[in-house]
Design a protein around this ligand. Structure first.
Ligand SMILES: *Cc1c(COP(=O)(O)O)cnc(C)c1O
Length: 403
């Protein structure tokens, strides 16, 4: 399967804003957990974009939803509503704590809506001095100026002029630090229920409990950023459902569209009423094509069989990674939950996550990193056991080429 090359990697440097540094090879086709590049080389996909393609590439149910909606109606302004948006919102409220949904186009936008709602609610109910947002070091919430400032890596928000204010960063999983800092001035606490970009760091049960209790004590809202963890990724439909607490606001994107851009903010009726007509909005939010695809995705990812399958695949991935580690002694820890897994590189391999990723690419495996010293795996939730085995065999070869 060789395809004609009319676009080459060099064109990126000519015409694209250089805020990315993409790989040399150019993928042109995907099917399930496999991808092919322009030269017909085949890859097993353990990345799925960045935890986006939760049903693999070109899943028949998604293709069908897109084609059907694509020949009916593509777009309406928010002066109208549309069937797919309302069906999807209904479905999301049925499978989560949420009673109300706001549609956006990305994770950052869903988080932007979440933060604006929290600020507006606190201002309406308690007055303007209740504006502090507490978030966590190494957290990631997107690239708009508000969300990137709430994120826990200053390097990403520095250099753009005055930052949105009253945002505090505390260490993740540090109950004492939160207890010492939170006050009645705190408007909201925003966290990922498993830090993704920050290195695949799970919260401790004590931390999760304490965050909820301290928020309640100080009338602060708890915002869960489930952009990466949501839609079945951790083996629960939303990660909060496996943690024994419920947030007040939840953001979801990435796997929600499975490859079609969409994000959503979920909340309660009580909170949602503070976003009156005109308070917030989005031109494309709730787009019929996006919602039709997401509806097909959610139908499958919320199925208990799919969720049970994620847990089975987690076992296969962990066993395989452990075997590789027994052979090469590369990881200090294999961590994460469901199919959001990380291998933390040990002392001797510090800073070499990207080397592993590049070597994997040469062996026909697409994977991710989470920082300089953690390799990350976020395959399709319906990847076959055989594909997991093949992918792990390629990872084994890639690591062998580095030792
Ligand atoms: C990817 C990610 C975002 C940003 O999503 P975009 O769609 O890129 O805006 C926000 N939060 C978390 C936890 C993410 O992983």
């Amino acid at each position: 399967m060789t395809m004609e090359k009319n676009v080459e990697r060099g064109l990126f440097d000519e015409v694209m804003v250089p805020c990315y540094n993409p790989m040399e090879m150019i993928p042109v086709k995907g099917e399930g957990a496999r991808v092919w590049d322009q030269d017909g080389n085949e890859y097993i996909d353990f990345a799925g974009g960045i935890a986006v393609s939760c049903l693999g590439h070109c899943h028949p149910a998604m293709v069908k939803a897109l084609n059907e909606q694509g020949s009916k109606l593509w777009h309406l302004s928010n002066v109208m509503t549309n069937e797919p948006a309302l069906r999807l919102a209904k479905k999301l409220t049925e499978i989560s704590f949420a009673e109300k949904v706001f549609f956006a186009n990305s994770g950052a936008e869903a988080n932007e809506a979440a933060l604006k709602l929290a600020r507006r609610y606190a201002a309406d109910e308690f007055g303007p001095e209740k504006s502090e947002i507490i978030a966590f070091k190494q957290g990631f919430h997107g690239r708009t100026f508000f969300t990137v400032t709430v994120g826990g890596q200053e390097a990403y928000s520095d250099g753009f002029g005055p930052k949105p204010g009253d945002i505090t960063h505390l260490p993740y999983n540090d109950v004492a630090a939160l207890q010492a800092h939170i006050s009645d001035r705190t408007c909201a606490v925003m966290m990922e229920p498993l830090q993704g970009e920050g290195g695949i760091v799970s919260p401790t049960p004590e931390f999760v409990q304490a965050v909820r209790e301290l928020c309640d004590k100080h009338n602060a809202l708890l915002i869960f950023d489930e952009v990466q963890t949501g839609n079945g990724r951790t083996g629960d439909f939303y990660a909060y459902q496996g943690l024994g607490i419920t947030p007040d606001i939840l953001s979801t994107a990435k796997s929600l569209g499975g490859g079609f851009p969409i994000g959503a903010m979920l909340t309660t009726t009580e909170l949602a009423k503070h976003m009156k007509v005109g308070v917030h909005g989005s031109t494309y939010g709730g787009n019929p094509l996006a919602c039709a695809v997401a509806e097909a995705v959610v139908e499958i990812t919320s199925d208990p069989k799919t969720l049970a399958g994620v847990k089975e695949r987690e076992v296969l991935m962990r066993e395989g990674l452990q075997k590789i580690n027994d052979k090469y002694g590369i990881f200090s820890e294999i961590r994460g939950k469901g199919l959001l897994l990380g291998g933390a590189l040990n002392e001797a391999w510090q800073g070499r996550a990207r080397d592993v990723l590049v070597a994997a690419g040469k062996q026909g495996l697409m994977m991710l990193v989470a920082g300089a010293s953690v390799v990350r795996f976020t395959p399709s939730l319906v990847i076959t056991p055989e594909e997991i085995e093949q992918g792990l065999a390629r990872l084994d070869k890639a690591i062998a080429s580095l030792v």
